[in-house]
Design a binder for this molecule. Structure first.
Ligand code: ADP
Ligand code: MG
Length: 715
């Protein structure tokens, strides 16, 4: 798992698409409004360095270049074909391309999977053909591809906006957004290595693109616009590795991974929610943005600035208000305000007016000149206690923002620390910036700049952080396998409580063994086996959440209380209309401590997802939970735990003793092991898992485990 061979992993054949020596445009046309016409003129406009062969049976010359009726008629070799013909002809064209020896395809034509089952069937046939012939295909239903590297200079899209060369590689699942992406990039002066509109991802997936860019030395930043995860498990595996080498920025539209599905467990319900996707992306070190704009805020900073080596920010400003906003934003993003050294303050005092404030934020007041900005920025960058500088400029009276900007750029161009600039100027300045050569980003407000800094710090930390140690816990497979198999033979579903507790115990998690009694008359003898104080619970296949129907009574100290509790419980059950569901009782030792939840889901597409956090009855109310994707290290679990309010609770609040964190971490890791070894566990909840004070362990008092239906049963 840890040592992938990257060369092996690099997807084959994509150079035929992105680095071709010759391109055929099938469906080229003279009509400028047509897609084929735009494609052809974009190829010429971009100055593609290879040969271009327009293919159109109804023309003999296009763009002053000889046009062929079919790829077969082309006397040269063709590496890549851009296909933009009516969908009925796509298969025939691709077959011809195969015969001609074409290795790369970009199928622009729409009308496939995206339009319904018939289109999906056609797409399947198309992809079969492509695979059988050993070709690689982008699309169908896409806007095309760009390779802006000077050696290729290829724009094979029908986008009106061209792309310049730079460090960003972008894969967009949406073609329409592709145009917007190219527009934003152009206005920010951000260049690409490759840009690809993925379309339906029939043959080449976003995962393939990640692998293609993983070791590409020119691609320094990878950005993805995703609507769906084709293979989320694989995405996690790949990005976990790639993000250690270069930032991967993702805009994921649609906030759920698993999609909405009926889930009766706490974990299932939460896994289908937005919480899980964030966890998935966080687990692999991806930087998630909510919007394209946010993504570019970050991308343009990454393109021009080094990563910070720490979280200490110095703020340099000429106005108090925005500096307060910036301070708030910096703190809110989890960064710190740098403590400036005495030397830094003396150096600043040497040229700033006495009214200036030399703490952090450094407020040079409204009279600050362009030269002041340059000088002060340099001094702050030289302070060893400063990891990043956030510059704020509110257009002063005497100096235009442009001259401040120029002075700042001159002073900080060679800096080894990031400098992010917020210019609160009038519209003319931003217009002017668009005509400046490539430059670091200019933010209009402190908040996005602070967010970007925080994200950069996160990336820097992630790249350096070792994953930690994978624990070696074992589960007792000999005990677990037969229990699960039995349930599976009966069509899957929830284990009865006795079996569920056995599985958990065999996974090495301490359980408060329940004693079952069918009849009320057996309660006193059952209770003597358990010992007081104890807990009484109603059980029955239809009783899902016992406390919802009054089926849990705690703190029972003797037989008298037990008998009273039974009477009360029967009344409660009747009141909730659950009297008929009662099949018996559970007697259980009373546990003490904090109530946590540990649960798991096993989605066939995502694999195991383990959740933990604040437990008890309000799990879904507070949603104070984190997800991890096994395999995880002890350190990763600890880090996730630290972000929970429940994690704070474990440290002991208001003089109470700290909880047994070690116990909890081990229980989480054991659940990880359990659901990895037994993927037939579709869902499980341990809620609550009582965690005692440090060194005293804990106990699981309620467990639900659902076994997946056998595959052939259509589950
Ligand atoms: P359900 O989840 O079906 O409602 P639980 O068995 O989780 O039933 O019990 C509900 C609540 O009762 C728990 O969250 C906990 O507060 C309390 N409880 C249950 N069992 C015990 C026990 N053995 N010791 C102490 N408290 C318990
Ligand atoms: Mg429970």
């Amino acid at each position: 798992m840890a040592s992938h061979n990257n060369r092996e992993e690099r997807p084959d054949g994509l150079d035929a698409v992105f680095r071709p020596r010759s391109i055929a445009v099938v469906g080229a046309s003279t009509r400028p409004q047509s897609i084929g016409g735009n494609l052809l003129s974009n190829l010429f406009r971009s100055g593609f360095t290879g040969k271009i062969f327009p293919i159109n049976p109804h023309a003999s010359v296009l763009h002053s270049v000889k046009c062929y009726a079919s790829v077969r008629d082309v006397p040269d070799e063709i590496d890549c074909a851009i296909v933009s013909v009516p969908k009925e002809h796509v298969l025939a064209v691709v077959a011809e391309c195969a015969r001609k020896g074409v290795r790369g395809l970009v199928v622009i034509t729409a009308g496939f999977k995206e339009v319904g089952p018939e289109g999906a069937a056609l797409e399947l046939r198309l992809n079969d053909l492509v695979r059988k012939k050993g070709m690689r295909m982008i699309g169908p239903n896409c806007m095309g591809v760009i390779n802006a590297e000077p050696e290729y200079s290829m724009d094979a899209t029908f986008s009106p906006t061209p792309a310049s060369y730079g460090p960003l590689a972008f894969a967009s699942q949406s073609g329409a957004l592709g145009v917007a992406i190219l527009n934003v990039a152009q206005s920010l002066k951000l260049g690409f290595t490759q840009f690809v509109s993925m379309g339906n991802k029939a043959n080449v997936s976003s995962n393939d693109m990640l692998l293609y860019w993983e070791n590409d030395p020119r691609t320094r930043i990878i950005a993805l616009y995703l609507e769906s995860f084709g293979n989320p498990r694989r995405f996690v595996e790949i990005t976990r590795r790639v993000t250690k080498k270069k930032p991967v920025l993702v805009v994921k539209s649609g906030r759920t991974v698993a999609g909405a599905r009926a889930a009766s467990s706490h974990t299932g319900a939460l896994a289908a929610s937005e919480v899980a996707i964030d966890a998935v992306l966080e687990a692999c070190g991806v930087s998630r943005s909510d919007t394209i704009e946010e993504l570019f805020d970050l991308a343009s900073a990454l393109a021009s600035q080094p990563l910070p080596k720490g979280d200490r920010v110095a703020i340099l400003t000429n106005a108090g208000g925005p500096a307060i906003m910036a301070t708030d934003a910096v703190i809110q993003q989890g960064l710190r305000l740098a403590e400036l050294s005495g030397q830094t303050k003396r150096r600043l005092a040497a040229f700033l007016p006495p009214e200036a404030s030399l703490g952090n934020p450094v407020d040079m007041i409204a009279s600050a000149s362009d030269a002041n900005y340059g000088r002060a920025a340099k001094i702050l960058l030289a302070d060893r206690g400063v990891d990043a500088v956030l510059v704020i400029n509110v257009t002063p009276v005497l100096y235009g923002p442009r001259s401040v900007w120029d002075a700042l750029m001159a002073a900080t161009a060679a800096a080894k620390k990031p400098v992010l600039s917020v210019f609160m100027a009038n519209e003319e300045f931003y217009d002017e910036a668009r005509s400046m050569p490539a430059h670091p980003p200019i933010y209009r407000f402190p908040e996005p700049a602070a967010r970007v800094l925080a994200e950069m710090w996160k990336i820097g930390r992630w790249q350096k952080k070792p994953r930690g140690t994978f624990p070696r816990y074992r589960v007792d497979a000999g005990k677990i396998a037969p229990i699960l198999a039995r349930r599976k033979r009966r069509g899957g579903g929830y284990l009865d409580p006795d079996d569920a507790f056995s599985v958990l115990a065999a996974a090495g998690i301490p359980v408060a063994r329940p004693v079952f009694v069918r009849r009320e008359s057996q309660l006193p003898s059952g209770a003597r086996k358990v010992g007081y104080p104890l807990v009484l619970k109603a059980t029955g296949e239809k009783i899902v959440h016992k406390s919802d129907v009054g089926g849990v009574a705690t703190g029972i100290r003797d037989e008298t209380e037990l008998l009273a509790a039974v009477e009360r419980m029967k009344g409660e059950l009747a009141r909730h209309g659950a009297a008929a569901d009662l099949e018996g009782f559970i007697l259980q030792r009373e546990a003490r401590g904090r109530e946590l939840v540990v649960g798991a889901t096993n989605d066939p597409r995502i694999g195991p997802l383990v959740m933990f956090g604040l437990g008890g009855r309000y799990v879904e109310v507070f949603k104070d939970v984190k997800f991890v994707l096994p395999p995880v290290t002890r350190e990763e679990v600890l880090e996730a735990l630290a972000k929970l309010k429940a994690g704070t609770l474990l440290s002991g609040v208001r003089g109470e003793p700290a909880g047994d964190r070690e116990f909890l971490v081990e229980a989480i890791l054991r659940v990880c092991r359990l659901v990895t070894d037994f993927p037939e566990i579709a869902e499980m909840d341990v809620n609550p898992l009582f965690v005692s004070s440090r060194g005293r362990g804990g106990l699981a008092v309620d467990v639900r485990i659902r076994v997946a239906a056998p595959e052939n049963a259509g589950g």
